[in-house]
Write a protein that binds this ligand. Structure first.
Ligand code: TMP
Length: 253
């Protein structure tokens, strides 16, 4: 059987050539990494959960007019996406102080921020993805002022959408990271949400108990990561309560 061409392999996903020009197949692995891949594990079922959750968030965004790379899910671990030119920035939106912001500014984790804060990190593993300012981004040509304005607007729309969705199922969206890519339509360039949106790239806290339902469970050894992600999927009605398990055959009389 002809193997498809691998275009890129990252820490949690693989990209293959898609069936048509301008498309790619995004495969979700079970691998988890943290602290720039210093900590690694394989978590059974994580890829299946993230494929379904990213489909859920991205198709919802598409439906409200926030453009994303998502076209359709192909199977348990793969989705068809539009090929984009990734802007080498991680765009983080924060609603509540946590993680690196809490550490950098000496804020107590859990403190609500006065307004959502958008930050940019330069995607470079060797440098550990350093925080950068708009000045750096423009001076080094990673994006233009217009791109920056568009990226902030996109990120804030994603924040409103995800915050509302999560609030509806008793989850606080503390912060999240997105990546943004360029596509060309004729002579026009547009920015769209790319990569993935999943509990790997968000902080999600149960509103009642404060239980962490995101990758911090792995980063900080707080329990079973697949259980936490399954809980998010279950609350959103994304997956049957048996999680990643294959459906048992049922007898038809
Ligand atoms: P931080 O507090 O560690 O800077 O993380 C902010 C948000 O970005 C959090 O929701 C986790 C997410 N994130 C990623 O998705 N990938 C990364 O490499 C890092 C450092 C954070």
């Amino acid at each position: 059987m002809a193997r498809r061409k691998k275009v890129y392999e990252g820490k949690a996903k693989i990209l293959y050539e898609g069936p048509e020009p301008g498309t790619l197949v995004q495969y979700f692995k079970d691998d988890a990494t943290a602290f720039n891949a210093e900590k690694r594990a394989t978590i059974d079922g994580k890829g299946v959960l993230n494929n379904r959750l990213s489909e859920f968030f991205m198709s919802g965004l598409n439906a409200i007019g926030v453009p994303t790379h998502f076209i359709r899910r192909i199977n348990m671990r793969e989705q068809l996406i539009r090929a984009v030119e990734i802007i080498p920035l991680e765009v983080v939106v924060r609603n509540v102080a946590a993680g690196s912001l809490a550490k950098r500014l000496g804020l107590e984790e859990g403190t609500a921020l006065p307004r959502p804060i958008v930050e940019f990190y330069f995607k470079n593993d060797e440098l550990g993805d350093p925080l950068v300012s708009e000045e750096h981004i423009i001076a080094f040509g990673w994006a233009s002022q217009q791109d920056l304005d568009d990226m902030v607007a996109l990120a804030l729309r994603v924040n409103d959408f995800l915050s509302g969705l999560m609030l509806g199922v008793g989850i606080r969206l503390v912060d999240f990271k997105i990546e943004i890519g360029r596509i060309w339509e004729g002579d026009f360039m547009r920015l769209i949400v790319a990569d993935e949106i999943s509990p790997d790239s968000c902080r999600l806290w149960d509103i009642e108990t404060g239980r962490k339902l995101d990758k911090d469970v792995f980063r900080r050894d707080l329990g079973d990561l697949a259980d936490a992600y399954t809980e998010v999927a279950r609350r959103l009605g994304v997956m049957p309560s048996n999680g990643t398990g294959v459906q048992k055959p049922t007898l038809i009389n």
